[in-house]
Ligand binder design. Structure first.
Ligand code: PEP
Length: 262
């Protein structure tokens, strides 16, 4: 592990109205302690970003968008651009499997969103991962290669340090079946992702880029993933809606770092 801050991201998806989100944030404020090596990021719905940005203690939390449009402005009814989010969020989730599968977002759509986020000083959390069929057919590496190479094709060597990659096997995400991945089975995938970055941008970039794990992570199993060599944090869906579970994940991280994971 390098001296990168461990990133714990809550993806609230299309859940919680403004008052529910405000209550959850209030509880998390009470429960979560500040740790200089941990960054806790909340990704509420678009509607809730603005009110939460006023309520949030910025020493404890940062905000992320779950999605945005790749154009900065224009006649795109119903859309919100990264430009509009610039003052509200530090991060944006890009290429989430629900976007790829339910909204047919292509490799190129994801590429354009990564570029738009960077252009607007927002750090993309680029989600990559294979489906169950691809997993069974042993196509994981090819799928990740295509997703990573395309998504990063407009990212320069000075921008790469600002990218976060979340490895989320689709079959492990609760939405799509939620089978638990064994940390020992996915450790080589983390190596593979870093190898991709090394091939594209060199060894320094491969060290600096943060790579997260996502897929049915909760407070009971988070540590197993956080201990994977080269894993810099977790992206949490379902469990992030429960403040005990989400705060428990942050607690495990806190404990692990204080025990001195090297
Ligand atoms: C996700 O949607 O990114 C995710 C990891 O969800 P869950 O934790 O519910 O599997």
């Amino acid at each position: 592990m390098t001296n990168k801050r461990t990133l714990i991201v809550a993806n609230w998806k299309m859940n919680l109205n403004t008052s529910q989100a405000s209550i959850l944030l209030h509880r998390l404020h009470e429960r979560i302690r500040i740790h200089r090596d941990i960054e806790v990021v909340l990704a509420p719905s678009m509607l809730v970003l603005q009110p939460l940005s006023v309520q949030i203690d910025r020493r404890k939390f940062r905000l992320a968008a779950q999605n945005a449009h790749h154009k900065d402005e224009g006649a795109y009814t119903g859309e919100v651009s990264f430009t509009m989010l610039q003052d509200l969020v530090h991060y944006a989730i890009v290429g989430h499997s629900e976007r790829r599968i339910y909204f047919n977002e292509s490799l190129e759509d994801t590429r354009d969103k990564v570029a738009a986020a960077l252009r607007n000083d927002i750090t993309p959390i680029l989600c990559v991962g294979e489906t169950e069929v691809e997993h069974k057919n042993k196509e994981t590496r090819q799928v990740l290669h295509d997703q990573i190479v395309t998504a990063l094709s407009n990212v320069s060597s000075s921008e790469i340090k600002d990218i976060v990659i979340a490895y989320e096997p689709v079959w492990a995400i609760s939405t799509f079946g939620g089978k638990l991945a064994k940390p020992s089975d996915i450790e080589p995938i983390f190596e593979y992702i870093r190898m991709q970055i090394r091939e594209l941008y060199g060894p320094k970039a491969a060290k600096v880029v943060r790579v997260l794990y996502g897929g049915s992570v909760d407070d009971q199993i988070a540590r197993g993933y956080l201990e994977i060599e080269g894993c810099d944090g977790v992206l949490v869906g379902g469990a992030s809606l429960n403040y005990h579970k989400f705060a428990g994940i942050v607690d495990s991280t806190y404990k692990m770092l204080n025990e001195g994971k090297s």
